[in-house]
Design a protein around this ligand. Structure first.
Ligand SMILES: Nc1ncnc2c1ncn2[C@@H]1O[C@H](COP(=O)(O)OP(=O)(O)O)[C@@H](O)[C@H]1O
Ligand SMILES: [Mg+2]
Length: 271
């Protein structure tokens, strides 16, 4: 609705994890470096933890885009509420095979064979599991077994686990002791600071084609930070609603009152 009114080429605060919009705050930059380091140095398991909506999926999509396709193959598992067999099938499919084995043991053999074939052809493989806090212990164990593939010096499969803070608690449990001992790279994403929140909002407005219109007043920005506590997902939601409110007033300014109307709206929805 407000898109053409303000001259945006696309919606600035869409909630999809589009890596094009990635704003590299200090914490996102550090997280990206951890992923790159872990994969480049073949560290085996890499864990990235953060609250819902803090940018894990967006960041890992960016990371995947930056992997050199001449060297790397990747498998991205987005919804890991699955059985061991389903997980193995998903990995095989993500690695480009169309013929999937049926039984669990055949699938394990198929994955190992596929990985070895790629590795011998000089490829490097990255497996990313998003929302990994939802993995069952059995699937975690299966993933650990896959990671056993190694030469005497290096891990042959790099595995990135992304998850909400519960992932950390899960990994602390006795059942996952062996897997935990393999995690050599670990990073926790933080929310934006007040300053980063302002920059983030301007960053997205600019990428969406804003030519300085509309202007967010300092009081609006202050309220957006206070209410969102720097969570990108909540900022997006509030900014979208604030823009709509300013548009309805036929105004070039997003004011404190627009931001407050937005947060009230959100409260009503989450009550
Ligand atoms: N650093 C960032 N730069 C740009 N957009 C971000 C950033 N972090 C989060 N977002 C946006 O916030 C929303 C939630 O991000 P998402 O990656 O889905 O979070 P998570 O996977 O941690 O739950 C998405 O719209 C995403 O584009
Ligand atoms: Mg996500």
């Amino acid at each position: 609705m407000y898109q053409s009114y303000y001259g945006f080429t696309e919606m600035p605060f869409h909630i999809t994890p589009d890596p094009k919009f990635l704003f590299l705050s200090a914490t996102h930059q550090e997280a990206l470096q951890h992923l790159k380091y872990g994969v480049a140095e073949k560290k085996g398991f890499i864990v990235l933890v953060g609250e819902v909506g803090c940018g894990k999926t967006t960041l890992c999509r960016r990371f995947l885009n930056e992997l050199d396709p001449a060297h790397y193959d990747s498998a991205l598992i987005l919804n890991p509420r699955m059985t061991e067999t389903q997980m193995l099938k998903a990995i095989v499919a993500e690695l480009g095979e169309t013929k999937l084995a049926r039984s669990k043991s055949d699938l394990v053999a198929q994955v190992n064979e596929l990985l070895l074939k790629k590795i011998h052809a000089g490829r490097e493989i990255v497996l990313i599991i998003d929302e990994a806090q939802n993995l069952s212990f059995e699937v975690f164990e299966q993933v650990r077994l896959l990671s056993n593939l190694e030469t005497d010096k290096q891990k042959l499969l790099q595995i990135i686990l992304l998850g909400q803070p519960e992932l950390k608690e899960k990994l602390a449990q006795e059942e996952l002791r062996q897997l935990r001992q393999r995690i050599l790279v670990h990073y926790e994403l933080r929310m934006f600071s007040r300053e980063e929140t302002d920059h983030y909002i301007h960053h997205r407005l600019t990428l969406a084609g804003s030519m300085g219109r509309p202007h967010f007043t300092p009081w609006a920005l202050r309220h957006l930070y206070k209410y969102s506590r720097g969570s990108p997902r909540i900022i997006n939601n509030l900014c979208d609603k604030s823009l709509l409110s300013a548009f309805i007033r036929d105004s070039d300014e997003v004011t404190f009152w627009d931001a407050r109307r937005a947060s009230r709206d959100l409260e009503r929805l989450t009550e």
